[in-house]
Ligand binder design. Structure first.
Ligand SMILES: *Cc1c(COP(=O)(O)O)cnc(C)c1O
Length: 389
């Protein structure tokens, strides 16, 4: 019988029954090393004992109360996320796109409250991905994803990444802010230059604009620091998080300075499920693990080892691969052949990876991997490339 699941995804014919750390075990009993991490989500691997414990303990207490009441887990997690970042305030939601919607609303409302309601437009970047809602699709401006879905939400101006001059030209009296992924994920692990990010901060300060970072993919340890912006020595005014922040539990949030969030008062925004006790139990447990002494340093060390090994594969298989990009454990292999062929061949060798823009194969290993597991992954990729070459 054909599937009754709406066919919006092209799926591999494989399903998983359980996971253990960086491994997934299929319903047919085959073990895979998971360097896809559910698209850079399961950063602590699968069934992490501390996270399982936090979720199951909370599950037997209370799941949901709504935001009409105080939720202690939110208070605690907001305290910790703000202590670890530029931000003063956090709004909890359920996904990346929802977090970005909140970011867009915050930026517009800030200008409105500042007596500049004509400033509503946001400068965004080619190759970006911000989610699949109508506003986030318009923000990213990917024509393929917008086609057929009616009039594009107004108010976004795309320019090329790393082109500061183009950003300058795009600023008008209607511009409210700039929204950027410091490292584009879906776009192909495209890293912004430090001069560019510093330049964006300077332009925002000069013109009274808010600087917003989408760290849904590059945040929460993926680059070897808790937040990617730490690499740039530049702080945003607003930022979106999701993916690794819940490590597999549906949870996203956005954060802002007190000033940037001055319009986000009672009644201005909401979410029925956002920040419910289950999500908060998981979020706090994830943060416990990531902030433990040496955890991120170790992820950074393993990441640089992995990047080195990937570079060696590139040298060894020039007919299949031509380069490696990214930082920490947010890495991409530039393919010569179609990237989907590399993803399929790696999967046949027991390694999961995920494609991205610019014909890149994303390597998003969980932050808990060891050097031995790096070797296992590299060996699988080596065999896959040998078959393709
Ligand atoms: C995945 C992603 C999103 C969207 O997150 P969803 O949870 O799928 O809505 C937004 N921005 C970036 C950078 C992402 O990688």
């Amino acid at each position: 019988m054909s599937s009754h699941v709406m066919p919006t995804y092209g799926r591999a014919d494989i399903a998983f029954e359980r996971g253990e750390g960086p491994y997934l075990i299929s319903t047919e009993g085959r073990r895979y090393l998971d360097f896809a991490s559910g698209i850079a989500v399961t950063s602590l691997g699968h069934a992490h004992p501390a996270v399982v414990k936090a979720l199951t303990e909370q599950a037997s207490k209370v799941w949901h109360t709504s935001n009409l009441f105080k939720i202690p887990g939110q208070e605690k997690l907001a305290d910790r996320l703000t202590a670890a970042s530029f931000a003063d305030l956090v709004f909890f939601g359920n996904s990346g796109a929802e977090a970005l919607e909140g970011v867009i609303k915050t930026v517009r409302k800030y200008q409105y409250e500042s007596g500049k309601p004509e400033r509503y437009r946001i400068i965004t970047f080619e190759g970006a991905f911000h989610g699949r809602t109508l506003a986030t699709l318009a923000a990213a401006g990917n024509e393929k994803y917008l086609k057929g879905f009616g009039p594009k939400v107004e108010g976004f101006d795309q320019v090329a990444l790393n082109d500061l001059e183009a950003v300058k030209q795009a600023i008008t009296s209607e511009t409210a802010g700039i929204l950027v992924e410091p490292i584009q994920g879906e776009g192909g692990i495209k890293v912004s230059t430090p001069e560019f990010i510093k330049g964006l901060r300077a332009l925002c300060d000069q013109h009274g604009l808010l600087l917003a970072f989408d760290e849904v993919q590059c945040g929460m340890g993926r680059t070897g620091k808790l937040f990617a912006y730490e690499w740039y020595g530049v702080k945003p005014d607003v930022m979106a998080l999701a993916k690794s922040v819940g490590a597999g539990f549906p949870f996203g949030c956005f954060m802002a300075t007190k000033e940037a969030a001055k319009g986000m008062v009672a009644g201005s925004h909401g979410s029925t499920y956002g920040g419910n006790p289950l999500a908060m139990a998981v979020g706090n447990a994830v943060l416990d693990v990531m902030l433990a002494d040496g955890f991120l340093d170790n992820a950074l060390k393993v990441g640089s080892h992995l990047k080195q090994q990937l570079a060696m594969l590139v040298d060894k298989h020039p007919k299949v691969l031509k380069g490696v990009r990214g930082m920490g454990l947010m890495l991409g292999l530039e393919a010569v052949v179609e990237n989907t062929k590399v993803v399929d061949a790696a999967r046949a060798e027991g390694l999961l990876t995920v494609g991205a823009g610019e014909n890149v194969v994303r390597i998003a290993a969980p932050l808990i991997i060891t050097d031995a597991q790096v070797k296992e992954g590299i060996d699988a990729l080596d065999r896959a490339c040998t078959k393709l070459g």
